[in-house]
Design a protein around this ligand. Structure first.
Ligand code: GLU
Length: 420
């Protein structure tokens, strides 16, 4: 990721969409520049008595449709421009999903694996306190992202509630079940990705049953995508994490693999049925039907795009395919289900959690799961139809269709509000 600037890429995608829709330069500029970015210094007292200074950001890209919404990532390589790009992608994702939210994203440059639990708690509380004036139940609602989880959300919510002297459950989503969270939120990103992959497989192969799947990244999104595709009858033949990957032509059991990863720290220690170990780049080039990149940005590039054999790519990660790579994939006729559709299950259930917090916890898990399923199926069909009916599929891809729908809704909201 380090050698590319995701913000430049996000702007390129926006430019193409603005041109496709015949919108003017003023609209491009309105949408290219985020409404607000703050950078905060986060000094943390370490367990050994020393003080370390970390840097964090929150980017609030666009609020035409409602309060900013999007996760916070902890990653040693995160940059301000990456956070801005991710916040812009959240604007499109929330718009496409039909949610009453604008787009935001936060990031802290830290490797959380190097901190003790109490250091991580102090960091999380300090970061959230530092941004507490710009977040809020009706202002900006953070959530988990790379290397943040329900425990981190609890520290955020608790610190905010201390500072603001209240009980503001709706200020973050992705909370634990005993604190206003939903189990459906935990499975939502991966489950949503699995549903979009299944819907695409129906179009491309006539069904997902028996189709082979490779999953790159085995965090929350990757694991649940693998688990649900396995339950839908697909065969998960390869998975990987930051340490490496494993391959089994007979198929892996995603739950067993997860249990081993939880115990040992990596999927590479899983042995049952494994025929060979594979590299973290190799997994992308396997001869499989469905590929799920579920780690970070820019893993499918112009260097490896030509060697990709999957017929369907479902982007569980944000921004895993570079625009140059996508041109190659489009020419090869590979269907890429874009991140803003494929991984929108997370924020769709965040919205249900947030709404549930506000009405005092009346929504059941069954209702939440059903709503997620319905929305993923409807949203997939809407993008697929736009792509096939309104665009030239040999030149344009699904992302173009998803962006067109998303940008149009935001532009319409800005017009109605008199911003443009
Ligand atoms: N971080 C997730 C994303 O990129 C979820 C955001 C949310 O639930 O607000 O979509």
């Amino acid at each position: 990721m380090a050698h590319r600037d995701p913000y430049e890429e996000a702007k390129k995608q926006l430019r193409q969409t603005v041109d496709l829709l015949g919108l003017g330069d003023d609209i491009y500029v309105m949408l290219a520049v985020p409404e607000r970015i703050i950078q905060v210094k986060i000094p943390v007292k370490m367990d050994d008595g020393s003080v370390k200074v970390f840097i964090g950001w929150r980017s609030q890209h666009n609020s035409a449709l409602g309060p900013y919404k999007g996760g916070v990532r902890y990653h040693p390589d995160v940059t301000m421009n990456e956070v801005i790009a991710l916040s812009m992608w959240m604007t499109w994702k929330n718009s496409l999903a039909g949610l009453p939210y604008g787009g935001g994203k936060g990031g802290v440059r830290v490797d959380p694996h190097m901190l003790s639990k109490s250091e991580l708690e102090r960091l999380s509380r300090a970061y959230f306190e530092a941004i507490s004036d710009i977040v809020g139940v009706d202002q900006d609602i953070p959530a988990p992202d790379v290397y943040t989880d329900p425990q981190v959300m609890t520290w955020f919510f608790d610190q905010y509630s201390r500072v603001k002297r209240g009980q503001y459950f709706g200020v973050v989503t992705g909370k634990p079940l005993d604190l206003g969270g939903l189990y459906t939120r935990i499975i939502s990103t991966g489950y949503g990705t699995a549903i979009t992959a299944r819907e695409a497989a129906k179009k491309v192969f006539g069904g997902v049953e028996g189709r082979t799947v490779a999953v790159q990244g085995y965090g929350n999104a990757g694991y649940y995508a693998a688990k649900f595709l396995h339950e839908m009858g697909a065969k998960v033949v390869a998975v990987s994490d930051s340490r490496g990957g494993i391959y089994s032509s007979k198929g892996l059991d995603p739950d067993d693999v997860k249990a081993v990863k939880n115990k040992t720290g990596s999927v590479i220690y899983y042995e049952k049925g494994v025929e060979k170990k594979i590299g973290i780049d190799e997994i992308l080039e396997l001869d499989v039907d469905i590929l799920i990149p579920a780690a970070i940005e820019n893993v499918i590039t112009e260097e490896n795009a030509d060697r990709i054999k999957a017929k369907i790519i479902a982007e569980a990660a944000n921004g895993p395919t570079t625009p140059e790579a996508e041109d190659i994939l489009t020419r090869k006729g590979i269907v890429v289900i874009p991140d803003i559709l494929a991984n929108s299950g997370g924020v769709i259930v965040s919205h249900i959690e947030w709404a549930n917090n506000r009405i005092g916890g009346l929504i059941t898990e069954e209702e939440a799961k059903q709503r997620l399923e319905n929305k993923m199926i409807t949203n997939f069909a809407r993008v697929w139809d736009y792509w096939n009916k309104k665009l030239d599929t040999s030149k344009h891809n699904m992302r173009t269709a998803a962006y067109a729908i998303a940008v149009e809704r935001v532009v319409n909201a800005m017009k109605l509000r008199g911003w443009i």
